[in-house]
Write a protein that binds this ligand. Structure first.
Ligand code: 13P
Length: 230
């Protein structure tokens, strides 16, 4: 399983560092790949024994005049090799479009980075039965054969709402994504210690991307343990 925690704009540098230290001491040689995506100013060196650090966003350049952004040089200095692209909060709040997401994917995949590429439909698209069209268009021009690509399916209506997609919806959407050619697909959207096991047990699901529930180390650790039982 792939189990990732997205801290978004939560935790300070100090609380992130103690969280990561404690998580590393709790984890052993587990089967799952575990990732933590802290906020930008709280990024530690990626030198933990049992999990990896990822960045929630970066600009597709080594360095340069892109105020407010970080580039490859800053990421590499921390030994980080994992990047999230296209989270719906960036698409919606920061108006990031498919074209920019594609430029990020093309740039960072050239350097062999692990890419967590986020896609997801809004409620209207689900009501209108346009889910597959929306997801396919978000993935358009992304090389789905890139070996370090993880597609994170996060229906917008399930993010931070406490209402996850149903197991049937998750399974069916992941099945369609695999049919489209995605190799690894993880689910995000109100994943908690209460539903993670059932979600990870589903066919076509390769892991989970956890927001709110990952902020609490005990809850995130429980989810990781559930992943180990699968
Ligand atoms: P929640 O788990 O808080 O719904 O957030 C999901 C998410 O956006 C992870 O990237």
């Amino acid at each position: 399983m792939i189990i990732a925690g997205n801290f978004k704009t939560n935790h300070t540098r100090s609380s992130t560092f103690s969280y990561c230290k404690e998580l590393d001491s709790l984890l052993g040689a587990q089967k799952s790949e575990v990732y933590v995506f802290p906020s930008m100013c709280a990024l530690p060196y990626d030198d933990f024994a049992h999990f990896s650090i990822g960045v929630q966003n970066a600009y597709p350049a080594c360095n340069g005049a892109y105020s407010g952004e970080i580039g490859l040089e800053q990421i590499q200095e921390l030994g980080i090799n994992t990047l999230m692209i296209g989270h719906s909060e960036r698409r919606l709040i920061l108006k990031e479009d498919d074209e920019l997401c594609k430029r990020k994917f093309d740039f960072f995949s050239q350097y062999g980075m692990n890419v967590f590429f986020c896609i997801g439909e809004d409620l209207q698209a689900r009501r209108d039965a346009r889910v597959l069209d929306v997801l396919a268009s978000q993935l358009k021009s992304i090389d789905l054969d890139y070996s370090r690509l993880v597609v994170a399916y996060e229906p917008i209506w399930a993010i931070g709402t406490g209402v996850s997609a149903s197991l049937e919806e998750i399974k069916e959407t992941h099945r369609l994504l695999k049919e489209l050619g995605c190799k690894k697909v993880i689910y995000g959207g109100s994943v908690s210690e209460g539903n993670a096991k059932d979600i990870m047990n589903l066919e076509y699901v390769d892991g989970v991307l956890v927001g709110g529930a990952s902020l609490d180390l005990k809850r995130f650790y429980q989810i990781i343990q559930q992943g180990e039982e699968i």
